[in-house]
Design a protein around this ligand. Structure first.
Ligand code: ZN
Length: 504
């Protein structure tokens, strides 16, 4: 059998597996957006069936044989070619997928489903003790999972690698400790001047149909088109897609608060633009998605914060917003800009502002490592959580529901996931510096409502590669360095909030 034919066979098999994964995305989107609740039990079975079929197809020995047969062919291709990248990424995925015994995977799925329900009940009752046995089982399974891989010196590396390939715990510790050193004092200084910023203009009566119109008008400026995108309301906003021609965004509305829908839809649009910008040559392959959670989050945070919470964009959008909401007629640009950037140290990660968000994640990262290594007993977890919230953010945690039980992640077995949120914010500032250097009049374009030049630059330098390269290789291509660097992010935060709160 000649090699290109073998390659076509692999591509065909991977395309089928990719189709199944997109079917799962569609089932999941439908469940979150349109399905009546009565469909939930059957939908869980449907998604499990499709997921199992995809996993069986992918881990079959035949895929391993194809990869072996294609080793020489891969070597003959340029590293950057679609072909070599596809074989390389598939080999990485295959090695990972086949290292973990089916029995352990099944057990992880079973415990996650039980723990998810236990967590929901425990959170409702603010009862950590009720969740503790499930968390213990989850941590024990994580240790067994780690043991499936070659030792790296730090068990947490294996968990991190699942979400942010190539990132090491030691690197995250260094990054996060630099971040903490810089922003803990900044937050304390801002908190002392808490009354300096009034966000009253964002609260009031904002009919939801008009909020939707405003959000859509903004999204269209960012690159949304009716022929290839959708925009729907949901309870927990997310972005998904079934192909490059079908990008789906969701958002959440509050009739008395304008901010969540505005910035939530910009955030999801950043995810959507990344996926939409992937090269069509990668469609129906495992390379047709963002390279990692962290790099994905760099795109959502960039559109939400660096663009969406900037002055320049609102010089253009605020007059539009006032047409939809005449009560904002007297609000000037400065008042509005300050309102959307108000800092308020609080208890809940998903409600945190741009400045304090990072510390919610640093705290979780530290606790996860301590739980995994055994230096922190689960009995002491709530207290450790509360003590760190006090020391990092100056807030007192009144109960477990608003403390250690607030996030769903651990119940689902997602340990090592949280750091990607902040890595994304940090990387967004690194990429932003490069974009501004390449396009010095970027802000002036925003003032004119022109956002497509930024999108095109991102597409050319980042989006089109999809998952052809590792996160670090991708970062190297966009920024010229493969290291996550805190400097640009700290500089951005310090300049922005020092000015808004008059700290200098
Ligand atoms: Zn996101």
């Amino acid at each position: 059998m000649n090699v290109p034919q073998r390659y076509d066979e692999l591509k065909t098999r991977l395309a089928e597996i990719h189709d199944l994964s997109k079917v799962t995305s569609l089932l999941s989107w439908d469940q979150a957006v349109t399905m009546p609740p009565g469909g939930a039990p059957a939908r869980a079975e449907q998604m499990a069936t499709v997921g199992r079929l995809a996993h069986e197809l992918f881990t079959s020995p035949e895929i391993g044989r194809m990869l072996d047969d294609l080793a020489a062919y891969e070597q003959s291709l340029p590293y950057e070619s679609d072909g070599a990248s596809l074989i390389r990424a598939t080999r990485y995925d295959y090695d990972r997928a086949t290292k973990v015994p089916t029995e352990l995977r099944g057990e992880m799925t079973r415990v996650a489903s039980l723990a998810r329900n236990a967590w929901a009940a425990a959170r409702a009752n603010s009862d950590f003790a009720a969740f503790k046995p499930f968390l213990q089982q989850t941590i024990d399974l994580k240790k067994r999972y780690v043991d499936c891989y070659a030792p790296t010196g730090d068990p947490y590396d294996v968990l991190l690698d699942e979400f942010e390939r190539g990132m090491k715990s030691a690197e995250v510790r260094r990054i996060f400790s630099e971040l903490k050193q810089a922003i803990v004092p900044l937050i304390a200084a801002v908190a002392e001047r808490g009354e300096a910023v009034d966000d009253g203009c964002l609260h009031g009566d904002f009919p939801i149909d008009r909020q939707r119109d405003v959000c859509l008008a903004i999204l269209r400026r960012f690159g949304y088109t009716d022929g290839e995108w959708r925009f729907d309301p949901t309870a927990h906003p997310f972005a998904s897609n079934t192909s490059l021609g079908d990008i789906r965004l969701t958002t959440r509305y509050y009739a008395d608060n304008l901010a969540p829908s505005l910035f939530g839809s910009m955030h999801e649009c950043g995810h959507g633009l990344y996926e939409h910008g992937i090269s069509p040559s990668l469609e129906r392959t495992p390379l047709c998605r963002g390279t990692s959670l962290g790099v994905h989050e760099s795109q959502s945070r960039m559109w939400e914060n660096l663009v969406g919470r900037g002055r320049a964009a609102w010089r253009f959008f605020l007059p539009e917003l006032k047409k939809a909401f005449p009560q904002l007629g007297q609000v000037d640009l400065e008042t509005f800009y300050r309102a959307i950037n108000k800092v308020q140290p609080g208890l809940i990660r998903v409600e945190a502002d741009e400045l304090t968000y990072g510390l919610h994640v640093v705290l979780r990262f530290e606790l996860e490592q301590e739980m995994l290594s055994g230096t922190l007993a689960l009995d002491d977890l709530p207290e450790a959580w509360n003590a760190r919230m006090k020391s990092y953010l100056g807030v007192d945690v009144p109960d477990a529901a608003r403390g250690v039980l607030q996030d769903v992640h651990w119940s689902l077995g997602y340990v090592g996931y949280f750091p990607t949120y902040v890595i994304g914010s940090i990387v967004s500032a690194q990429i932003w510096e490069k974009a501004v250097a390449a396009m010095p009049d970027l802000e002036r374009q925003f003032e004119q409502g022109e956002f497509l030049p930024l999108r095109e630059w991102l597409r050319e330098n980042l989006h089109r590669h999809g998952r052809k390269f590792t996160p670090k290789e991708t970062l190297q291509k966009v920024t010229g360095s493969d290291a996550v660097q805190v400097g640009p992010y700290v500089k951005y935060l310090t300049a922005k909030f020092t000015e808004i709160y008059g700290l200098s």
